[in-house]
Design a protein around this ligand. Structure first.
Ligand code: ZN
Length: 278
């Protein structure tokens, strides 16, 4: 079973423009591996035999909550097609400054979605500040998984808002929170991730870009973090599934560890009980 815990899609009429803007924001450092639409995502998943992908929307303003929740439920309930309903695991997004954030988190949980995406750069928050710790306690108590961008963001000047040290503090302050620290615990902050997160009880997703496959610290985390706390991810469309699997398999782990990372851990975390073959 193959599960990617971190992909992004955009509405069909906006996807091309959104991808172009994001690529420009990085000074053309990144090149998408797909077109960023749900259909493009499903095509790529079918080609590479990916059973499930967690779709991660980001509310950049509090008012986007309803639209994002509605779209997530449309995907889950079949309004975006049978393949999307079968293979996509949509998360919701609740802006940390939403005045109704606790009620909205409760609505996400009541709707049956499994988690939320958080992105401190796009949402103007600091990961371990008191308001966020309250937010995370609410997620934990509602049994929502948090999938969170960690480390640098390639589209922004560096701000130390969501690095590995802050992730470690969140895990200390909110024990029992199901937290996925994206990009091996901190994109381009892998030395810090090795220092603060390696071996800890925190899920790290494996999404890194091609130029960083050889980064020594990133590779060390992939090899040495507990294999039951690593989750396959690509950040599609920013990396293809084949490349992402190649990165995981390059670590020289046992076949059992690879299987856990590529899908079984995520299945357990998200309550997925059966593969969804194409
Ligand atoms: Zn992402």
């Amino acid at each position: 079973m193959l599960i990617d815990v971190h992909v992004h899609t955009f509405p069909d009429d906006l996807a091309a423009r959104a991808l172009k803007k994001l690529v420009e924001k990085t000074g053309n450092f990144i090149a998408p591996a797909g077109d960023g639409t749900n259909a493009g995502l499903l095509d790529a998943m079918r080609r590479d035999g990916i059973d499930y992908a967690v779709v991660c929307p980001i509310a950049t303003k509090p008012a986007q909550f309803d639209g994002i929740l509605t779209e997530a439920l449309a995907i889950r309930d079949g309004a975006r097609g049978a393949a999307a309903a079968l293979h996509l695991v949509p998360f919701a997004s609740v802006h940390p400054e939403d005045a109704a954030r606790f009620a909205h988190l409760a609505r996400v949980a009541e709707s049956g979605l499994r988690g939320i995406k958080l992105h401190p750069y796009y949402q103007g928050c600091v990961l371990d500040a008191p308001p966020l710790l309250e937010y995370f306690r609410c997620c934990r108590d509602l049994d929502l998984t948090v999938q969170c961008h960690c480390g640098f963001d390639i589209g922004f000047p560096f701000e130390p808002v969501c690095g590995p040290e802050r992730v470690a503090r969140v895990m200390r302050e909110v024990p029992g929170l199901r937290f996925i620290a994206a990009h091996l615990g901190g994109w381009r902050q892998w030395g810090g991730a090795a220092e603060h997160l390696l071996g800890k009880d925190v899920y790290l997703d494996t999404a890194v870009l091609l130029p960083h496959f050889g980064d020594g610290d990133a590779r060390r985390i992939l090899r040495e973090h507990p294999a039951d706390r690593l989750l396959f991810a690509t950040d599609w469309p920013w990396l293809g599934f084949g490349e992402g699997m190649r990165f995981v398999r390059s670590a020289g782990l046992t076949p059992g560890q690879e299987k856990a990372i590529l899908g079984l851990n995520a299945a357990q975390l998200l309550g997925i009980t059966a593969p969804a073959p194409w």
